[in-house]
Design a protein around this ligand. Sequence first.
Ligand SMILES: NC(=O)c1ccc[n+]([C@@H]2O[C@H](COP(=O)([O-])OP(=O)(O)OC[C@H]3O[C@@H](n4cnc5c(N)ncnc54)[C@H](OP(=O)(O)O)[C@@H]3O)[C@@H](O)[C@H]2O)c1
Length: 434
Amino acid sequence: MKVKVGIVGCGVVGSGVVELLLKNKEVIAKKTGIELELSKVADKDWKKERAFHVPEDLRTTDYREVIESSHIVVELIGGKGFAKELIKEALQRGKHVVTANKYLLAEEGKELFKLAEEKELCIGFEASVGGGIPIVKAVRECLVGNNIKSVYGILNGTTNYILTRMFQEEVDFNTALREAQEKGYAEADPSLDIDGWDSAHKIAILSYIAFGNYFPFDKVYVEGIRDIDLLDVELGKELGYILKLLAIAKKREDQLEIRVHPTFLPEEDPLAKVSHVFNAILVEGDFVGKTMFYGKGAGAHPTASAVVSDLVDIARTIAYGFPCKQRVRWESKELNITDNFYSRYYLRFDVPDRPGVLASIAQVLAEENISIASVLQKEKVCRLARKEGQGIIPLVILTHKAYERSMQRAMEKIINLPVVVGKPVLIRVEEEAE
Ligand SMILES: NC(=O)c1ccc[n+]([C@@H]2O[C@H](COP(=O)([O-])OP(=O)(O)OC[C@H]3O[C@@H](n4cnc5c(N)ncnc54)[C@H](OP(=O)(O)O)[C@@H]3O)[C@@H](O)[C@H]2O)c1
């Protein structure tokens, strides 16, 4: 059986999908009994250099030709404007869709999935989270019998590369970012990555499928790594922690925390060992326990691998009439999403080097029921901060678990203490044991 596949958007991922479908056509046919045949590939500009040569007879600049000639339309343009209209038009015209567009699905996916459901068509989106890591399929199919307790991990390779370089080479944020751009790991405008939005889109999509409920994307708390000071990376190292940009969705009683922020992890945590551009996701279910998925979260080839897994699933539905596994069902019930997280905290204040300073900060924390776990030795902090221990010095406090709102109230009070100079640093710490 032949299933016709058309692609709109032939950039990094699009040309990777063309390459895979042409090079591994027989491998796929042998394993599935289905021939995935490329019908048409649309892009705005065919003069542009591509990593893989697309045969002339497949090329077009008219997306309608792709819809017309295919059973499955693959959207690989990106963004929310034309990509959304294209997907709607393909569904309206009875075509299944595969997309890697996390931005669109996280923010406006509900409308598209509803339309697909009405039309009894599929939208495959394995490639939208974790690149080549088969996390969408794992959560939706393999772990479907579990109540998911948490899904969290490193979902953005660019920021993981930057933080790895800061940790390993002790270079500052701007130097590490420049290096990431030179190596092609970061865009010229890196804001979607470094400000946490890319991770937020991915954790939103994972939460929709893990917890079976849709929620508005603006419920996700997002904080990026732009303001991370090398000093805190080094102080974390001194304390046995490694800094990562974590995307976290975690159930606590009947509430769900969904958040993206820089996070200290103990160096023995499996996620702390995930370096450079690699991604990893930990999923915990009530029956399966903890499972971890690791691999390349981006790039032409890994992402193409994920796109093709969706293509094969949908092609099997077309060829053999299996019920479509790709459909997402939205429960009408909204999740109870809380911004009152429960976490440990690393705090750093610039303070005068004199007695009584710690006591005044500790008192404010105590008023908010936040207990101090440890205070980093002044000599160590001063050495790393390259300060002499005279005048203004950094004071580092680690707390036990506390509620976010209490912590924010405490920080507002501490900022106004006469002993605190400048803006304090607050980094959350994920640690199993208390
Ligand atoms: N790159 C990755 O590693 C990766 C990983 C996972 C998911 N994704 C997702 O995959 C999607 C594609 O990413 P990408 O990195 O492949 O982007 P890309 O390299 O910028 O490719 C997009 C291509 O679509 C073309 N295009 C734009 N508007 C078009 C239109 N109206 N009609 C036809 N073609 C059009 C672009 O042309 P112009 O350049 O001339 O505008 C470009 O060639 C995005 O949603 C992204 O988030 C990417």
